[in-house]
Each structure stands twice: as C-alpha cells, then as structure tokens.
Design a protein around this ligand. Structure first.
Ligand code: FES
Length: 159
C-alpha cells in the first residue's frame, strides 16, 4: 500500500462515522497501518494525524503504548510467547529461551532474513492452554520446548 492509498483508507474510516470523537479513530487507523506496512513510521503517523485532525504526538503516544503496534520494521511472522503467571508456571520462560536460542535473537529483535520477530507477551487469555504462543494469528497451546523447531519450520525456518 502506498502512503496515498493509506491516506484514502483513513479518510474512508473517518467517513464511516463509527465513533463520536476524532481521536477514537487513531486505534483503527493504526491497525490498518500495522497490517499494511512493515513498520508504522513517522510519515504514516503524520498522515493519520492530518486526516483525523489530531496532533501527531497523540498518534505517536498510542502507537508506542500498545505492544501490538510496531514502529520499527517487524518480521513476516511475529512470534509472541506469553510469560505471565499461568504460562510462567508452565515453563513459558524456558519456551521463550528456546525460541531465542534457535532464532539467534533476543525478545524484541527480528531475524536478519526478516522472517521472524520474537516478542514477550502479556496474558493472551489462553491460560488454560499455558504455555501459549502465537505466530501472527495462529495459536499454539501447551507448547513444549521440544515442539519449538516444528513450529518454526511450519513458517519457513530452515534451522
Ligand atoms: S498467562 Fe499466558 S495466556 Fe494467560
């Protein structure tokens, strides 16, 4: 998507009149950006601010606050490993370490080939399947460290 196409998407969103206040459109506009670009850059935030009539800093604050938005380039696949209480008690941190070792990156980093970004997640509401992992929209429950290579291979990891 080009920046101008994105601008048109934000205009369409605003015309939907779904929300009472202009700033309520910031989150859905950021979602469009998240899905459409490798990173939510300052230029993208500027477009959102211009189209919604809010200050750029307001858009930036929202983009920086929520972990689901990436202001730095992200991988094609975002691996989120939950380490909150239920998952922690079920070796979620061991699982995170396994992903980290195999991919050669720390949480918050992206592999050099741009395939994977590894993230630590807060509770994803999947506690009955702890420890839980998501890769983009796909969920993996009761994951063991031994299953990690198999999960990665499914998304193109060559080992
Ligand atoms: S604590 Fe991990 S999904 Fe809830």
């Amino acid at each position: 998507m080009t920046l101008e196409e994105f601008r048109e998407e934000v205009r369409k969103l605003k015309r939907s009149n779904r929300y009472p206040a202009d700033r309520s459109y910031i989150l859905p506009a950021l979602w469009i950006a998240e899905k459409s670009f490798p990173a939510i850059t300052h230029d993208i935030m500027k477009v959102i601010a211009e189209e919604l009539g809010v200050r750029p800093v307001e858009v930036e604050e929202v983009a920086e606050f929520y972990a689901m938005f990436h202001t730095k380039p992200k991988g094609k696949y975002i691996i989120r490993v939950c380490t909150n209480l239920s998952c922690m008690l079920n070796k979620g941190e061991e699982l995170l370490a396994r992903f980290s070792d195999l991919l050669g990156i720390s949480p918050g980093e992206t592999t050099d080939d741009g395939l994977f970004t590894l993230e630590v997640s807060e509770c994803m509401g999947l506690c009955d399947g702890a420890p839980a992992v998501t890769v983009n929209e796909e969920r993996f429950l009761k994951v063991t460290p031994e299953q990690v290579p198999e999960i990665l291979k499914k998304f193109g990891w060559k080992g």
